[in-house]
Ligand binder design. Sequence first.
Ligand SMILES: C[S@@+](CC[C@H](N)C(=O)[O-])C[C@H]1O[C@@H](n2cnc3c(N)ncnc32)[C@H](O)[C@@H]1O
Length: 388
Amino acid sequence: MDEGMRIVADALAARMEDTGRLTFAEFMQTALYHPDAGYYNRPTMTIGDGGDFFTSPMVHPIFGACVARQIHQFWRLLGSPEPFTVLEMGAGVGTLAADLLKTSQQDPQYYEALRYVIVEQGPRLRKKQFAHAREQGVDQKIGWVDSLEEVQAHPKLGSFVGVIVTNELFDALPVHRLQRTEDGYGEFYIEEDGEGGYREVLGELSDPALLDLLDEETKGHLDPGDRFEVCPAAGEVIESMGRLLERGFVLTVDYGDTAPDMHLRHVRGDGVRAFYRQAPAAVLEQVGAQDLTADVDFSLLMRRGEQAGLATVGYTTQMHLLGGNGLLHKVQELQQRWFDLNADAQMQKMLGLFLPHGLGDLFKVLIQGKGIDPEAVRGRISTLTFEP
Ligand SMILES: C[S@@+](CC[C@H](N)C(=O)[O-])C[C@H]1O[C@@H](n2cnc3c(N)ncnc32)[C@H](O)[C@@H]1O
């Protein structure tokens, strides 16, 4: 156990002192986001080479370039407003921000209107993002805040016209783990196992309102013994985003699916996954030193978004986001370079992000809008009109 894991273990023990147990969401919150030693706040935390997992922006800069192109189109659809705010929440090591901004420089009028805000919970990650942005020459364009509440209260930000974008934010938010029982529902808690580790125990629901996060159709399909996860934080975040946006779009890219499929896929209990050094790991081990992640319930984002004024404009896959925004042109360009082996390698990475039955299908894309007519814009959004 390293020093960081020790800090996390002590913090968990302190939180467990009163009740002897924590909800899985409390456990996951501490394991991932303890301010000094949670997984995302460890000094060594990184994504991609040397980290525990890769995300799409880390695979190839084409991802950021395609997202930039989609956001540029949103700007035009909104009537080319100035200022135009792009807010990225959960920016990791800052790769998407830098790639997106560098691509955006191709339209000077747009770049002039653009201001980029990163909402990032971790001071160490914020530092890494700043260093990367500086290296790429785009640091002047970015402002940092640590929560959506801070954006709301900010004198120069407040509510804004623009786009909120996230890649793999929602799958990193803490979930509660529940089970359908013979006579209702139960919740799994985490307690110490007496041997220096942790174990799961079933108890009553920590809050009956957790069931409101599950749609009626999924409830109708569940049998006693079936397990599922719910994420109150996801509902809260999407509602805050809806409130923050005066007019514009929310673009969400993440693992997951709509209900009931998303839940029914995991009834045997694999709804939370752990990654350690780029390999699957046991969820209750290496606590604080490994990533924990859960599929996103996109139906919840749509439902709760609508309550905050976000209309669902479209729901599709990463293949459509990339294919609709120029990836295949870039692949064609590379195909011309017949004797260039580096071009082959680039092409493989690009296609890895795009092709179905892989990342292209695995990652879903949700586009929500506020102050726009979804029917009127749907057919003018490249991501939603792409035909493979
Ligand atoms: C799985 S990583 C994804 C990073 C990046 N978007 C990428 O694709 O490489 C999740 C990110 O969300 C951040 N995060 C999680 N919860 C957050 C919150 N409540 N507010 C701000 N950032 C958060 C984490 O610190 C981390 O930067």
